[in-house]
Ligand binder design. Structure first.
Ligand code: DGJ
Length: 697
């Protein structure tokens, strides 16, 4: 019988404990969940015993599962030399801990492999895990898989995943996690619209505000895999890592493969608690930022670029309170529509005979910043770049490439490609006063290999952000296609979705906000008739939806009636008034028993103030609905609740509105949290905004 398990480390903060242990020379996570407040951990509770019908060996949920240690599920490590799969069997040789970070070094001398796993409990409350694998031999070796395993509570019976399609991203799907394997496998080469690289596993009926929940994210912008497996071992485990194609990663002697970070957050209080740690973590990476209101030209003029019109648009923007003017797709060489030009990153000399200078200067003279669109990783066959370097296209040597939006993907692993892109983008960022880059990526990759591509993209981001530290980069991949904590090292904003339909956006933003703080979600007020869905929405509804994000405007302001312009001015001032609260407070998605009612709020960290929005999504067979409980206030304090003027709410048939709607009311925090406000009789696709302010404690 092997030696009994040994505790190596117990990381904890006020909410979470992580017990790291080892047995028979291999590390495993013995526990991650509710904080264990005792200083001693008895390893006896890690002992699992040996069961009949199986091996005579005790098997643990090893962090890197090795088939040769008896793990029957998905292997955590798959390595080949000379095309032979190696029976890797690493032994722990060193454990070091500095505060809340533990390094675990293991080696397999026979097969010349060393792994180092790092686990840390970050100040934000997230657990970060990473593994490095080095080829210590004298021959090349292929890494086909290196994933890490996290056991969660046996009481987790449900899994929530997020995914959708272009212009309808991050939709929640709840899976019953019985005896099953639930897989989130993304092979699209970018983070994707279909599979956000995050799962929430939790106890029965876990919700936004209740239940024990573990959120697990793969911080990577390429292919990734998350498996929730309750079949292999009777334990409930989540295994996460990059989804590699066999042969994709070949390590020469002494080279190292580094996994993406796995970011885990636990909360005993539902998904909001998980998100709060995720948000704190992402905020700590982004640092404090100015988040000016953007006017984006895409849905205003599309490819019709003309200096006089754009200058007028900018002037109108300045008038209504816009703070940053962003010139979207269509400004560069040969780009008159989406069939040509990508790759030729210099200003089109026909449309812009004097360069972008006259527009940038005009924008700056109005007190606004200037931003510019790029799609660096792409090339149109109809471009100077493609004609000069057809060999720079990803995968071009093997077979006829598939096109997406008339474009190919550049091979970002090639230093000359990165150098070309760096030079061209750097020239523009140096020549013009550019405060912001919208970085697009409008097609998936084919062929399954995305490791070197993703590394190459990160490298280019790294170079550009180092050369231009004050420029804010936005991650846009047709909206919503590249939202993850890998790219968040470089970007300050995500373009959340190409749909700016205020109704769909409530669902999309609810999903995306589970992972990233709302102030990083680009959220625009669009035209009255939404371009992607054809729905018409009142400006008050479009405003209320966009306020819970990094607000922008994407609307041809030259087409506005005077009253619309005034309303938009009011919308933008309202947002500016609440921006400090919205961008620093705790964002809370509120549970409500009626799924036609959408409620969310931002509460300041000291619970002195909150902004809440209540919306009706669709009609149901009743006008009334359950009360709206206001979360996270101080029970002992008194608050005023005031409806914020934001156009006229669209009321359903009623004789008299509830008291609190007609005028401001003063109520205790305890009553607001427990009894809640009577639900206002809203019509579908309308919202009310409430300002809740502490008056005494
Ligand atoms: C897709 C983006 O999501 C849009 O906002 C816009 O930038 C277009 N690409 C431009 O081609």
């Amino acid at each position: 019988m092997a030696s009994p398990p040994r505790v190596l480390a117990h990381l904890r903060d006020a909410i979470t404990s992580v017990i790291i242990a080892e047995c028979d020379g291999s590390p495993f996570i013995g526990y991650v969940g509710d904080v264990i407040t005792s200083d001693t951990i008895n390893p006896a509770l890690l002992h699992r015993g040996v069961v009949g019908g199986g091996l005579d060996t005790e098997v643990f949920p090893w962090i890197i599962t090795e088939p040769h240690r008896g793990w029957m599920g998905e292997p955590g490590i798959q390595i080949r030399r000379d095309n032979e799969l190696l029976p890797v069997h690493c032994t722990l040789v060193d454990v070091s801990q500095k505060q809340n970070t533990v390094h675990l070094t293991s080696t397999d001398e026979e097969h010349a492999v060393t792994t180092i796993i790092t686990i840390s409990l970050d100040e934000s409350g997230v657990v970060r895990m990473n593994a490095k694998c080095t080829n210590t031999g004298t021959q090349d070796m292929c890494i086909d898989s290196l994933k890490m395993l996290i056991p969660v509570s046996g009481e987790c019976t449900e899994v929530l995943t997020l995914g959708g399609r272009h212009a309808m991203e991050a939709i929640e799907t709840r899976h019953l996690w019985q005896r099953s394997v639930i897989a989130v496998n993304n092979r699209s080469g970018r983070t994707s619209h279909e599979h956000m690289g995050v799962v929430f596993v939790g106890t029965q009926n876990f919700s936004e505000q209740s239940g024990s929940v573990w959120g697990v994210h793969c911080a990577w912008s390429g292919n990734s895999s998350i498996l929730c497996d309750s079949v292999t071992d009777g334990l409930r485990v989540v295994q996460v890592g990059e989804l590699l194609q066999p042969g994709e990663v070949v390590l020469a002697p002494q080279e190292t493969y580094d996994t993406p970070d796995v970011v885990l957050s636990y909360s005993p209080h539902g998904m909001n608690g998980v998100s709060h740690s995720f948000h704190r973590y992402v905020r700590s990476i982004a640092g404090p930022q100015n988040r000016p209101i953007v006017l984006n030209t895409w849905e205003a003029v599309y490819f019709s670029h003309d200096l006089a019109t754009l200058k007028q648009l900018a002037s109108e923007g300045a008038d209504v309170g816009i703070e940053r003017f962003v010139l979207d797709d269509g400004w560069f060489h040969g780009r008159r529509d989406d069939t040509a030009g990508l790759g030729d990153w210099w200003v089109d000399e026909h449309v812009w005979p004097h360069g972008l200078g006259p527009l940038v200067e005009h924008v700056n003279s109005l007190g606004m910043e200037f931003g510019l669109w790029f799609e660096p990783e792409m090339v149109n066959p109809n471009s100077e770049l493609f004609r000069a370097h057809p060999d720079w296209v990803l995968g071009s040597t093997h077979r006829q490439n598939l096109m997406g939006r008339h474009q190919y993907v550049l091979n970002m692993a090639l230093p000359e490609v990165r150098e070309y892109l760096f030079q061209h983008i750097n020239t523009l960022l140096s020549r013009y006063n550019i405060a912001y880059v919208k970085w697009d990526h409008n097609r998936p990759l084919v062929g399954g290999a995305a490791h070197h591509q993703t590394k190459g993209v990160y490298e280019l981001f790294h170079q550009l952000t180092r050369a231009h530290p004050s420029v804010q980069f936005e991650s846009c991949a047709s909206g919503g296609g590249r939202i993850d904590m890998g790219i968040s090292q470089y970007v300050k904003r995500f373009w959340t979705s190409d749909s700016i339909d205020a109704l769909d956006r409530l669902t999309i933003q609810k999903g995306v906000s589970k992972l990233v703080p709302i102030e990083m979600m680009g959220s625009h007020i669009g035209a009255k008739t939404c371009h992607t869905t054809g729905r018409k929405h009142a400006l008050s509804f479009r405003t209320a939806t966009a306020m819970f994000g990094w607000l922008g405007v994407e609307w041809n302001l030259l087409s506005l009636q005077p009253h619309e312009k005034e309303q938009l001015q009011r919308s933008l001032s309202l947002y500016k008034e609440f921006r400090p609260l919205l961008h620093s407070g705790d964002y809370i998605r509120c549970d409500h028993p009626d799924n036609s009612i959408h409620v969310h709020a931002v509460v300041s960290s000291e619970a002195s103030e909150a902004l809440m929005s209540i919306s009706r999504l669709f009609n149901i067979g009743s006008i009334r609905s359950a009360n709206i409980c206001v979360p996270a206030l101080d029970a002992q304090s008194e608050y005023t609740v005031t409806m914020i003027p934001n156009g006229t709410p669209r009321w359903a048939l009623h004789r008299e509105l509830p008291e609190w709607v007609k005028s401001s009311v003063q109520v205790s925090g305890a009553q607001l949290m427990k009894q809640g406000l009577p639900c206002p009789p809203l019509l579908p696709e309308s919202s009310v905004l409430l300002h809740i302010v502490r008056v005494s404690s």
